[in-house]
Write a protein that binds this ligand. Structure first.
Ligand code: SF4
Ligand code: SF4
Length: 320
């Protein structure tokens, strides 16, 4: 199976309803629900779920992996990822590029001994096989009430036939499992970006993003080196109000820069109220441009009207 095959399996990253794919057990779980599961090198299926699978990367995944491998973002993207559209939207993202030189399309980081980037493995690998649904499609995303919606989250199990982890005796609560996998930090890091995608998804096909907006979303989501240059070496700071403390933080810390990029995207794609403010003088400049263009259109339409009257040999009102 190739990673481009639409039927390729996908490790759950985005919150999905429990009535979605058939391998999702139709039972809502809470943090206190018990699950019986253990994955370790002794299971007969060890690393089976690291082959022929689509693993979409979040901005935080990319940051962690490229740091782990000591690569600049663009090199990491070129070597280890392939472009995808996120959650059937027109938002561009990346997934891990599976190796094509073997029968089973392995993840580039898998070996018979396990994952070579385990402590920095992507979010989707950590969530598996416990998915979380809390990103309500079409509501709650970044807007009023989003925090309350978080409290409505629930969990579900993705159970695939080949996974023998469910036959193990180890029992834990969903909360214990998530802590063990380090997903709480990932949730926090991914939250605003996932909301952007789910918000976009809620629009369906009613509107499409401009090519420029897609390019901006892709750049800010995948290449923080590039995004940093965009902030500090373009007219960005002449256009947006960013306080000194924030500027210092995003200069010094890539995680702060990433979180800032989500605010910027929310503002530029959706005009979200928690986004960024445009400088007053820039707003005024824009208002002047719009006013001028409206005045020009009025003058032009009067001229057109006069020309039509003249062509018909009719008198033109001298007050026009
Ligand atoms: S990153 Fe690691 S855990 Fe995830 S699919 Fe690849 S080898 Fe498996
Ligand atoms: S298929 Fe299940 S048990 Fe096997 S390696 Fe993957 S998660 Fe572990």
């Amino acid at each position: 199976m190739s990673e481009n095959d639409p039927s390729a399996k996908e490790k759950t990253l985005f919150g999905k309803g429990i009535d979605n794919p058939s391998n999702i057990l139709p039972k809502k779980l809470t943090l206190e629900s018990k699950i019986k599961f253990r994955c370790h090198p002794g299971v007969s299926c060890f690393t089976a779920c690291c082959h022929g699978i689509k693993i979409v990367l979040t901005p935080y995944d990319i940051l962690q992996l490229k740091n782990r491998l000591g690569l600049p973002a663009h090199e990491f993207l070129e070597k280890y990822t392939t472009p995808v559209y996120l959650e059937k939207t027109d938002m561009p993202g990346v997934a891990l590029k599976l190796s094509e030189d073997k029968d089973r399309n392995p993840c580039p980081f898998v070996t018979p001994e396990g994952c070579t980037v385990y402590t920095d493995r992507p979010s989707a690998c950590r969530y598996y096989p416990v998915g979380m649904a809390d990103f309500h499609e079409g509501q709650g995303a970044m807007g009023e009430g989003a925090d309350q919606k978080d409290e409505e989250k629930f969990f579900f199990i993705v159970k695939e036939d080949h996974c023998k982890g469910f036959e193990e005796d180890k029992e834990w609560t969903v909360a214990e499992w998530r802590k063990d996998q380090g997903v709480d930090v990932r949730d926090e890091m991914n939250k605003e970006w996932l909301r952007l995608v789910m918000r976009r998804k809620s629009f369906g096909h009613q509107a499409s993003l401009s090519d420029q907006a897609k390019r901006m979303f892709f750049m800010a989501s995948t290449d923080l080196d590039h995004f940093k240059r965009f902030i500090f070496e373009s007219t960005f700071l002449d256009t947006y109000v960013v306080d000194d403390e924030t500027l210092e933080k995003i200069k010094a810390d890539d995680v702060e820069l990433m979180l800032f990029s989500f605010r910027y995207l929310a503002s530029s794609l959706f005009g979200a109220d928690k986004g960024l403010n445009i400088r007053e003088d820039k707003i005024q400049e824009r208002v002047e441009v719009i006013k001028k263009s409206q005045e020009d259109s009025v003058v032009q339409s009067v001229e057109d009207y006069k020309a039509i009257k003249k062509a018909r040999g009719e008198e033109v009102d001298p007050d026009l």
